[in-house]
Design a binder for this molecule. Structure first.
Ligand SMILES: [Mg+2]
Length: 282
């Protein structure tokens, strides 16, 4: 009973709050009116699977030129503040997005750059050497399995298995659990799961939701826009924390994917292509 049990509880919690999501473009007039009449709008996006389609290897992801152009236009518009909140390392995320004048939150918000100042979660920073060793141990343990890829993201570790043969996925899971369970049950690390990826994080009470709440509070204060309306778009389990915060703060939460997925988001769009379309409409 290790991280899988923990993961199971996350799922049932999500399912418990399940309400049918509305297709955003069906109710666009209503939402657009709300955004237009707000004194300011905070646009937060996840990156992989939200702004870009998911690909086999995370390093080959490319942000479509059209999407980048629209993000640049929005970044210059005084009605909006744009932020990208991703599981990627901050430097990697900035490199992939390449848009000036926006907020970047890397490693699920453990490292944030924007408002002319930086945030770095101190416990996570302290654990950097430990995680590096753990990443090396995982690489050694998983070496025999074809297609598995251990990514050292500095403050977190990702184990990608999208390219692993279906019949070998169990092997990845078992080997991963063998290394991480003892550390997980003693509270030395946190383990989460995304789309064909296991993630190891430092044991701090911080996730995309906490990062988004922090960003909303900071934006409202720094820009003197107490009534700013936040939007959050995401496609994966880790984004559910973001949706919950958005729902609590009276914002607009948009799940990217098929609308029958159990998400706490209020609205959905079907694909990153539709997200690009939305950027154009904004
Ligand atoms: Mg994603």
């Amino acid at each position: 009973m290790g991280w899988e049990h923990h993961f199971g509880t996350v799922w049932s919690g999500t399912l418990g709050a399940l309400d049918a999501m509305q297709y955003l473009f069906d109710v666009w007039n209503k939402v657009a009116h709300r955004l237009k009449s707000a004194e300011h709008v905070l646009l937060f996006f996840d990156f992989d699977g939200t702004l870009t389609p998911i690909v086999d290897r995370p390093e080959s992801t490319v942000l479509p030129a059209e999407t980048r152009k629209l993000l640049r236009t929005l970044a210059k518009n005084r009605h909006y503040t744009v932020g990208i909140v991703s599981g990627r390392a901050l430097a990697d995320l900035k490199d992939k997005v390449d848009v000036d004048g926006i907020i970047y939150a890397g490693n699920h918000g453990l490292e944030i750059e924007g408002f002319g100042s930086n945030f770095l979660e101190p416990v996570a920073e302290e654990m950097r050497p430990f995680l590096q060793m753990l990443g090396q141990a995982l690489s050694a343990t998983l070496r025999g399995i074809k297609g598995v890829f251990v990514e050292d993201k500095g403050l977190t570790i990702s184990v990608h298995y999208r390219s692993v043969d279906d019949t070998e996925e169990r092997k990845v899971r078992d080997a991963f659990a063998r290394v991480t369970d003892p550390l997980h049950v003693t509270g030395r690390i946190k383990v989460t799961q995304g789309k064909k990826v296991y993630e190891i994080r430092p044991p701090v009470d911080w996730d995309k939701g906490k990062a988004v709440a922090w960003l909303i509070a900071n934006c409202r204060q720094a820009r003197g826009k107490g009534g700013a309306v936040p939007l959050y778009l995401g496609d994966d389990l880790t984004d559910e924390d973001g949706f919950k915060v958005i729902e609590k703060t009276g914002g607009v939460s948009v799940f990217v994917g098929e609308g029958n997925f159990p998400s706490v988001a209020r609205y959905f769009l079907k694909s990153p292509e539709e997200v690009t379309e939305l950027l154009g409409m904004l």
